[in-house]
Design a protein. Structure first.
Length: 372
């Protein structure tokens, strides 16, 4: 039985047909695209994709969702904030040691980057030398890390109004165009000229290739489904978690989910899946590296819109939001940490922003301490 959005709940692959008119909440109507087979990929990337031919990604609870930290009462949140500050200080000290040891630079190839946050600015460098052509080699040395900054975008934010469906759709529509325009040249440089991903904004139950979801179910704000190359945003959850005044959280959420699309287009998603077949014990840590990489890609994009969004006069707010709005809290059990601590999320969003290029986002090359 098809859903109001045109996708069957039991579907085992990308949709084969589209409704005649735009279904409610879709911006723009998702473009048909085969999955996971892609044209023009490098031979080793195709090797990884071939291993998962015809297999849909996901199912309920098995998708790349961006989650807000668990909310606690005010007194606990004050304690948590104090703890987070100590963690940030510890991470900052670690990063200083890394920068001094590796000779890390805060500049891109084109010169110093501005504006800049106070915080991390490292370019990860692999410390191992895996066999060429393996999944591990791809994760550590993917071509996307060698692409430069995203082209600067003229991308003024839309007003979120009352935070309802109509206002959020307008906000996402403008931001989504900027994301496509910013990332398309990178994909072209890599020989991956793909259709733009779809975006579904929902405030009612929705059926997807990754399962069926209802508004306010769990704590997921948004998620990207590799099975049909569409990202989904829960309008009610976003409004509940942030409210329309905290628009920078909306920016980071959508930029993060687009980061998962980047991982799919560039082959990182498939390489990670292949890697986990041989290293199942790395599932949790690999998940965190994957999620934090998507956040770093989101930070790189945020740099591309910093002057026009604008972020230049809101850098303190951007830093505060990035470190406290997403991920897991320190009291989350170790065996449930799939996205990384809120402080780790902030670290990688800020690192992507400060370095301003995709070379900042090789989260598979850093020590476990930076992906907690």
């Amino acid at each position: 039985m098809s859903s109001p959005y045109g996708y069957g709940g039991q579907q085992q692959g990308p949709p084969q047909g589209r409704p005649l008119g735009p279904p409610p909440g879709v911006l723009p109507p998702p473009q048909s695209a085969p999955w996971p087979q892609q044209q023009g990929q490098a031979p080793h990337q195709g090797q990884f994709q071939g291993q998962f031919q015809g297999q849909p990604y996901g199912g309920p609870g098995h998708f790349n969702g961006f989650q807000p930290p668990s909310r606690r009462d005010s007194s606990f949140r004050l304690v948590l904030l104090g703890f987070s500050l100590l963690v940030v200080i510890g991470i900052a000290a670690a990063i200083m040691a890394i920068v001094l040891w590796t000779g890390g630079s805060t500049s891109t190839a084109s010169g110093p980057v501005e504006p800049k946050l106070t915080g991390p600015s490292i370019v990860p460098t692999p410390t191992t030398n895996p066999e060429k052509g393996t999944a591990e080699d791809f994760l550590l040395n993917a071509d996307v890390y060698r692409t430069g900054p995203l082209p600067e975008q003229n991308c003024k934010s839309a007003d979120l109004g009352n935070g309802g469906l109509a206002a959020q759709k307008v906000y996402y529509q403008r931001l989504f165009k900027c994301l496509n325009d910013a990332w398309r040249p990178v994909f072209h440089e890599l020989g991956q000229d793909k259709p733009d991903p779809g975006l579904v904004v929902f405030d009612k139950p929705v059926q997807t290739a990754c399962g069926n979801f209802e508004p306010l179910s769990g704590r997921v704000l948004a998620f990207y489904c590799y099975g049909n190359q569409i990202m989904y945003v829960d309008v009610k959850q976003m409004d509940k978690a942030f409210g329309p005044k905290e628009d920078l959280a909306y920016l980071m959420t959508i930029a993060h989910e687009y980061g998962h699309h980047v991982q799919g287009v560039t082959g990182l998603f498939y390489a990670r899946a292949a890697y986990l077949q041989d290293h199942p014990d790395q599932k949790l840590e690999s998940s965190r590296r994957n999620e934090l990489q998507a956040s770093c890609f989101g930070g790189v994009f945020s740099r591309a819109v910093a002057k026009t969004y604008p972020l230049t006069n809101r850098l303190n707010e951007f830093k505060e939001q990035s470190s406290n709005s997403f991920g897991e809290s320190p009291d989350t059990p170790e065996d449930e940490r799939t996205h990384g601590l809120a402080t780790s999320q902030g670290f990688w969003i800020q690192n992507g922003f400060n370095v301003g290029a995709n070379k900042a986002c090789d989260t598979f090359a850093v020590s476990a301490d930076l992906v907690k």
